[in-house]
Design a protein around this ligand. Structure first.
Ligand code: ADP
Length: 209
């Protein structure tokens, strides 16, 4: 995050004089306490300064990069997941391709007769099945999908950075967000490389905190 000139000055004052009260910081800058209040709030919220009642402000010693990395590690899947697009096991490869285009996604999740996760279909799975195949209507997706238990999944509580690392490790484009229940895994969302890219861009434009 970009700090204003005054915020930089406040950090320098606290670095040298901390712990120091808001009143004393204001004095050193020849400003009123009220004028400084928003700056002090920003600096404590973003983690540059810490405040102790009746003691004052002190410098945490953390750099902007350290604070940013702490912030990223706190992001949970729950805050960023996207809507999952699912098909049933007996749907044809032809219909799965249509669904992929209509829904504008790169990965489909396949559900069994109980409505639980049983497979994953990527673009390349469908392309592979299409090569040399005469009648795509006669092949069901359960024949060509990657199936349980070989599916990489994540849960709402997982941290987004772990999911991103897993997408890289497993060389996949996305994974289902699941909830465990007695029948199996229910699909409640999806996280893809696009999700991670979006978060990256939003971070740079400071749309998320
Ligand atoms: P693409 O097929 O476009 O390269 P991916 O890289 O996502 O797309 O998929 C590569 C392979 O990994 C495919 O065979 C796909 O079925 C499988 N796959 C995709 N997502 C997962 C997942 N979450 N868990 C296990 N396998 C997956």
């Amino acid at each position: 995050m970009e700090l204003s000139k005054r915020q930089e000055e406040i950090i320098e004052i606290v670095k040298e004089n901390g712990p120091i009260t808001g009143e004393n910081i204001a004095e050193k800058l020849s400003l009123t306490r009220a004028t400084l209040r928003p700056d002090l709030a920003i600096l404590t919220m973003s983690g540059f300064l810490d405040a102790r009642p009746r003691v004052g402000y002190f410098y945490t010693g953390k750099t902007g990069f350290e604070l940013l990395s702490e912030k990223i590690k706190k992001y949970k899947v729950a805050e960023f997941l996207q809507i999952p697009i699912v098909v049933k096991e007996d749907v044809s490869v032809y219909d799965a391709i249509s669904t992929m285009f209509l829904e504008d996604v790169g990965t489909l999740f396949v559900l069994n007769e109980k409505g639980c996760l049983s497979g994953v279909l990527s673009r390349k799975d469908l392309l592979r099945a299409s090569i040399g195949q005469q009648d795509l209507n006669s092949v069901a997706v359960h024949i060509i999908m990657t199936r349980m238990p070989n599916i990489t999944v994540c849960r709402k509580d997982d941290s987004l950075i772990d999911v991103a690392q897993n997408l890289i490790n497993k060389q996949i484009d996305g994974m289902p967000v699941v909830k465990d229940d007695e029948k199996g895994l229910t699909v409640v969302g999806r996280v893809t490389k696009t999700t991670i890219t979006r978060v990256f861009v939003e971070l740079a434009s400071a749309k998320i905190v």
